[in-house]
Design a protein. Structure first.
Length: 467
């Protein structure tokens, strides 16, 4: 019962602070971000605690975290789990406290003073289709291998030795972002103050055609992580201001994403194409030791995915196994990662690898570590406090930048407009990684998307004044 009381107490504080921050800033992306952090941090605690207190009957509704105990470590409702919930709660509450202290009061942007940036949406979408073709060309050897070995392309890419795989992954991120960004600009053409484009029948045909190609591409490759980042960004940008039209577009956009995510989840373990000697679709079972599941079971697991438990349980594993603190191991790795492999090929162990080895995680499968756990392994309880202060501080500063006016340089203007939404969209990735992920925050989630949009503004450099 004490676990339920602790979770209830912490949740009430988190809700109260979220309301105070929204009342001060009127920024919807804070609320959305708090929801994402809570989902990956404490949502699993509710499910696990209630399931354990009611006799572990969750399997009947699709809960399947029990397999994690065999791969990582057993988890029980004991003092270590109580501390796990407490540390996670402190982590979230301190993030909110820092944001409340640093965030600016709500300032309404004067729409009459804004000059919307013109985007060539046709060039944007043509670029997307071109990148899809290039990405398929890069992974063509993996496609052939997956057909020959009768396994899904998704698992083939996970174990690929393709020397251009990093380029493929980078292009996939660009494809996801350009397609989503084009779609939201197309939806919000009449109501957006920041971007505009010349809308005609050809643009509509290009948008629909590109959307079909993008959907088929991501279902084929089984990649939903890049879509998650871009999809969250799109939803946040749509809800930047609440109007009836935006809500309708938001619902349509969210429905498209949900169908796409479910389609990817149901098909990523399937071999979509067969060689001449293979006459039926085969389930991929060689890579993973998970039992075969029918479509109905997989559909249930989509809503109770084990990814919400892997990161959540990491703090318990560290506490229960008394894993030693490393003192800045993550920052040693982060420093080495800035040096090209052509100069230094060997890199030190990162905090996730250290965690997996110390808890004796089963080899041959990837897991995740919670951001607070990773910082704890670096500096102990002080690390949890430092991580919350850093995350909350960066978030508040980016949000404050959004309300700054006077940027004449288009790149800086785009950075100020997009960065708060991009940062929140990256939270699911950041919260399930250690401090090493901050490299991805600045390069992959902030600079790269802003640079892409900036290039699109150069195709037809023209500012259109609002009435």
């Amino acid at each position: 019962m004490k676990f339920i009381l602790l979770l209830s107490f912490l949740t009430l504080i988190i809700i109260f602070l979220g309301w105070k921050i929204w009342k001060k800033t009127k920024c919807n992306n804070y609320l959305f971000g708090f929801f994402l952090i809570y989902f990956w941090t404490l949502n699993g605690a509710w499910i696990f605690t209630i399931d354990q207190l009611t006799g572990a009957k969750g399997a009947e509704i699709g809960i399947s975290y029990y397999r994690i105990f065999e791969k990582l470590f057993p988890v029980q409702l004991d003092n270590n789990y109580f501390l796990t919930i407490l540390y996670y709660g402190i982590f979230i509450i301190l993030i909110q406290t820092v944001i409340w202290a640093l965030s600016s009061n709500n300032k309404k942007i004067n729409s009459n003073k804004i000059k919307p940036i013109n985007i060539s949406i046709k060039a944007f979408l043509i670029l997307t289709i071109g990148l899809i073709i290039l990405d398929l060309f890069i992974i063509y050897p993996d496609i052939k291998e997956s057909i020959t070995q009768s396994q899904s392309l998704y698992f083939q890419l996970n174990d690929s030795t393709n020397k251009f795989l990093t380029i493929y992954q980078l292009i996939s991120k660009i494809i996801a972002f350009t397609s989503v960004f084009s779609l939201i600009i197309y939806f919000l053409e009449k109501t957006d103050n920041f971007f505009t484009f010349q809308k005609d029948k050809i643009s509509s045909i290009v948008v629909i055609s590109c959307l079909i190609f993008v959907v088929l591409f991501f279902i084929f490759t089984g990649n939903k992580h890049d879509l998650l980042f871009s999809g969250i960004f799109g939803m946040l940008y749509m809800l930047r201001k609440i109007t009836l039209n935006r809500i309708k577009n938001f619902v349509s956009f969210s429905f498209i994403l949900l169908v796409l995510f479910i389609s990817i989840d149901l098909s990523r373990g399937e071999q979509l194409f067969s060689s001449k000697n293979t006459l039926q679709i085969n389930n991929q079972t060689e890579i993973s030791d998970e039992p075969k599941e029918d479509i109905q079971t997989r559909f249930k697991h989509f809503f109770f995915h084990n990814e919400m438990f892997y990161a959540h349980f990491s703090m318990y594993g560290v506490l229960s196994k008394n894993v030693p603190i490393t003192y800045a191991k993550s920052f040693n790795y982060l420093a080495h990662s800035m040096i090209p492999r052509s100069i230094i090929s060997e890199r030190p162990e990162n905090i996730y690898q250290y965690y997996a080895n110390e808890v004796n995680a089963k080899k041959g499968q990837g897991y995740t570590i919670h951001h607070a756990t990773a910082w704890y392994l670096n500096f102990g309880i002080l690390g949890i406090l430092l991580s919350a202060i850093l995350l909350g501080g960066i978030w508040a500063l980016l949000n404050n930048l959004f309300f700054r006016s006077g940027f004449k340089n288009n790149f800086l203007k785009l950075f100020a407009i997009l960065s708060p939404f991009l940062f929140v969209a990256f939270l699911p990735n950041l919260i399930r990684n250690g401090p090493e992920a901050f490299k991805g925050v600045f390069l992959e989630s902030l600079l790269l998307p802003v640079l892409i949009v900036y290039i699109a503004t150069l195709v037809k450099k023209k500012h259109i004044k609002t009435n």
